[in-house]
Design a protein. Structure first.
Lengths: 143, 192
């Protein structure tokens, strides 16, 4: 009983802490979101958060606009995690870490990197890309 | 030659089971070209030209052709959300009434909302440099909240509107401290 109460309290505090990092703007083909081990259907307007994983099938792609106007899109057969997203809408200080485990990613940096260059990073299995304000694309090809 | 090199890399990836990782800088819609820095262990590559490409296992920065970019990234690029549109609103001093120019801006803003599938709106308040910085943070946040109220009043759902206050950090017209500059007392709206 005590354990379950603690679990409930933990859930509540986690929910209270979960801040929306951005919003799904484009969904095409087969794609879903993994959040806390659950598989969620993606739809336009849905908020995304830290630790969310976007997974696309062979014909799937997903576009996300983040709080700081950064934009990312995930191509087919991909797996992308929002590892960290912190953004102060007054100072524009923040940190954006994404991880492309496989597939393709396209992006346009936003206000975070205007305040601190390279505060937006894309991690891959063997590298880290710091973004200083540009359009970019990344591929992790596991053939 | 480049094709051979890529084929060799792919063969290597097949043999070792390591993925081929590629990073590319793309020109933006307005032609701007920025920079990315790719760090692998101790090696560091700076990409700062259109289509400059860094690929795992290649020491040199290479270049993809636009056709190659389209082949590899076309589907992802096609799903990129539209660029946020930005509008500036000014109010007649001491009132909640928009200036004549801003009424035209408001119309453009509403058009930008109509062409997006499910738009969200970001309202960003700004002040001039009169007063203390903290007080200006507060004032700009209040200004943004007032505009949110105004937008709700013309029918935009409140849950699709977020506000923030930038205080005096982002002057439209650069001035010294403690300068009364009406052009800096503004509200910026991003439609996304």
């Amino acid at each position: 009983m005590r354990a379950s109460l603690a679990a409930i309290l933990l859930c509540v505090s986690t929910a209270a802490l979960a801040v929306d990092a951005g919003e799904i703007k484009v969904v095409q083909g087969s794609a879903y979101l993994e959040r806390a081990g659950e598989r969620l259907a993606l739809k336009v307007g849905m908020p995304v958060r830290e630790a969310d994983v976007v997974i696309t099938g062979a014909n799937g792609s997903v576009g996300i606009t983040f709080a700081d106007n950064s934009r990312l899109s995930i191509g087919p057969n991909s797996n992308f995690t929002i590892e960290r997203y912190v953004f102060d809408s007054t100072t524009y200080a923040g940190q954006f870490d994404g991880r492309l485990n496989k597939g393709t990613l396209a992006g346009v940096s936003g206000k975070i990197v205007k305040q601190s260059p390279e505060a937006m990073r894309v991690h891959t299995p063997s590298a880290i890309m710091g973004v200083r304000g540009t359009d970019f694309a990344v591929q992790v090809d596991r053939r | 030659m480049a094709v051979l090199a890529v084929a060799a890399l792919l063969a290597l990836a097949l043999l070792t089971g390591r993925p081929v990782e590629t990073f590319v800088v793309l020109p933006s819609a307005d032609g701007h070209i920025g920079t990315v820095v790719v760090q692998r262990g101790d090696s560091r590559q700076v990409l700062n030209q259109a289509y400059a490409t860094s690929r795992l296992g290649e020491a040199e920065v290479t270049r993809l052709s636009p056709a190659e970019v389209d082949r590899a990234y076309g589907a992802a690029l096609h799903a990129l959300p539209g660029r946020p549109a930005s509008f500036l609103l000014y109010f007649i001093t001491g009132t909640d009434e928009l200036t004549e120019e801003s009424k035209i801006e408001l119309d453009k803003m509403l058009t930008a909302m109509r062409v997006r599938p499910l738009p969200d709106v970001l309202v960003i308040g700004h002040t001039d440099t009169r007063g203390e910085e903290l007080a200006n943070d507060e004032l700009s946040a209040q200004r943004a909240e007032r505009v949110k109220g105004f937008l709700i009043g013309i029918g935009i759902p409140g849950e699709r509107i977020r506000t923030s206050g930038r205080g005096e950090r982002e002057l439209l017209v650069p001035t010294a401290d403690e300068v009364d500059e009406p052009k800096n007392r503004r509200v910026e709206i991003n439609v996304r």
